[in-house]
Write a protein that binds this ligand. Sequence first.
Ligand code: NOJ
Length: 772
Amino acid sequence: MNKLRLTLSLLIALAAVPAFAQTSHTPGNPPSMMREHAAREAYIDDLMRRMTVDEKIGQLRLVSLPAGANPDRAGFMADIREGKVGAVFNTVTPKDIRVLQQAALQSRLKIPLFFAYDVIHGQRTIFPIGLGLASTWNLDAIRQTGRVSALEASADGLDLTWSPMVDISRDPRWGRNSEGFGEDTYLTSQIGAELVKAYQGDDPAAPGSIMAVVKHFAAYGAVEGGRDYNTVDMSPLRLFQDYLPPYKAALDAGAAGVMIALNSLNGVPATGDKWLLQDVLRKQWGFKGITISDHGAILEMIKHGVAADGRDAARLAITAGADMSMSDTIYGENLKPLLDSGRIGMADLDRATRDVLRVKYDLGLFRDPYRHIGPPQNDPPDVNAESRLHRGAAREVARESLVLLKNQGGVLPLRKQGTIAVVGPLAKSQRDMMGNWSAAGRTEQTVSVYQGLANAVGERARLLYAKGANVIDDPEIVKYLNLYEQDVDVDPRPPAQLIDEAVAAARQADVVLAVVGESQGMAHEASSRSDIVIPDSQVRLLKALKATGKPLVIVLMNGRPLALTWENDNADAILETWFAGTEGGNAIADVLFGDYNPSGKLPMTFPRSVGQIPIYYNHLNTGRPFDPLHPDKYTSRYFDATNGPLYPFGYGLSYTTFRLSDVALSDPSMPRGGTVQASVTITNTGNRDGATVVQLYIQDPVASISRPVKELKHFQKVMLKAGESRKVTFVLDEDDLAFYNAQLHYGAEPGLFNVYVGLDSQDVKQASFTLK
Ligand code: NOJ
């Protein structure tokens, strides 16, 4: 498909309200849908009658065939031809995928494979990482990233993505923060649901759509100490109130699948957790889709200490409700003997098989196994062709994802003139700009910060470059980061020499841009950190740059909240850019030069130091809350450091200024089942057009259990011309006030509620009303 056609289909797809409903027979379903469901079940009944046990087990096997791997490796193609494989992931071109599908169609029952991939923040075009997307607070923009991802993935022959990742995290040490949407339940739920609808469109089988698999169910983001794969121990209240809703929101939006978390939850590995996978997911939530274990997770139940051996692990997983096993042979080897010995029932196998077949049916693969693959004559001559990218969309979203953390004396925006020193180990990095899980994105197609700046200034300004430091000097850490992928390129020159070179550049410049932070591999799976500062090598560089006395602008690239106290005290400006994707460098230049006025807001609290973790805005008040205005000794605080975050949740500056009026409520009370409207007027009081995010938080100050000091319930991103005012109205209903009580009953309790509206979570205006 050429670029124009892709763009056209994108526009059409964006116009359609995505409404693919989950495969459930709810009474509200229209008769046509009921008929479709009946037809599907009849089709599957017929197939199931003809399948042998081995063929059913084959459907539960999900295997990885990475690009470049040999599909002819021993047994691989034979397994497919014998119906011993249900689906493949990590193969990403129509040409390669076609070969595998052809093999599947040579199997006895010709059951097609489906093809999946980690399309997390883009496929060929890479968008900002999850934290960056969340920083836009712009659901339209996020939907567009999902549509483009789906278009590009389906044009590559893919059917399904392991996304969205909606794990709430309150611990910046965890490397996988980068993939998710931050600490807030409401924001994450909104984004997850939006992405599901964008991926799946009206029909996940349609060209241009793919199926969504929400992950990692459940509560993976709460691993102890932020150590990946670790234990999660959490009260049911917190689980239901804060951690489960985003998965539920994604399923309500129609997500066809669920990937099961690697962690244990309250002692039970999620992969073998019947309560989670059946009672909550199927019975309470009515989920009818597919569940997929994460990489090797079934076997890991031995190490978790709940399975004696592989057979025992397979029994636990299948009886708990894990349909497909990812990247292992555990189901293949064990389900038959388990059946024969009566340790599992045929019903367990049938249920899982049916879930897989249903996905294939809904993907339209029984009607046309080459649905997304297309005929060979349509194969793109070059899968990496420039014409297959959506650079415009990538740049637009990327610039909205940037968060201005500090801008003292209006040092930003810069003028496109004079001499600008661009220093730092990430300044010219294309690989890091893509971030982790960058799917089929190509380094060489990615715009680095330096390149973006050069594109912007052309001949008008002089750019000087020096690397200044390595990302990290510790050789052991470099070795770890480079274990599976070349993550960090080490300049062998002595650190002092690198710094001297950067200082020399800075001395000749009018302003210094220091592009520092983390390599993409430092904020990834298996990339937990015990500290969250910028590595020493780079801080030494920053200190030397500061000593030159030149205006210092820090451009951060990183995948988690960092502790930035020195940087905040010493830099003139700080721009958080996360890992901004294919068009990152251009987007960053847009903001640095004021061609785009920054509007991003933090989706996670930035602590002052690692010792403050966990720190999150929607905490409980405690009996002895710390009050920064009247700091008492016997209050909940640290005595050896400033308390409170460095940058609060929802925070982000603009090149213009905004004024918010008091909050006006339509009524002093809300009747049961009724609504109250909360309005504010927002004025752009500066002299530049700009966008900001009006955030509404609710507090239930007296309830049957302690409730958070505030919780995000609504937000609106508004664009205002210089001097313009706009009234923003939020409609509050009972659901905004509801919570799980000590008995885990969900509902709103009568009494007073506080409404807070602000442009971040800390600086807010207050009003109150009562619920009858
Ligand atoms: C393991 C990761 O935890 C999961 O997020 C990912 O989707 C799978 N591997 C497949 O790559």
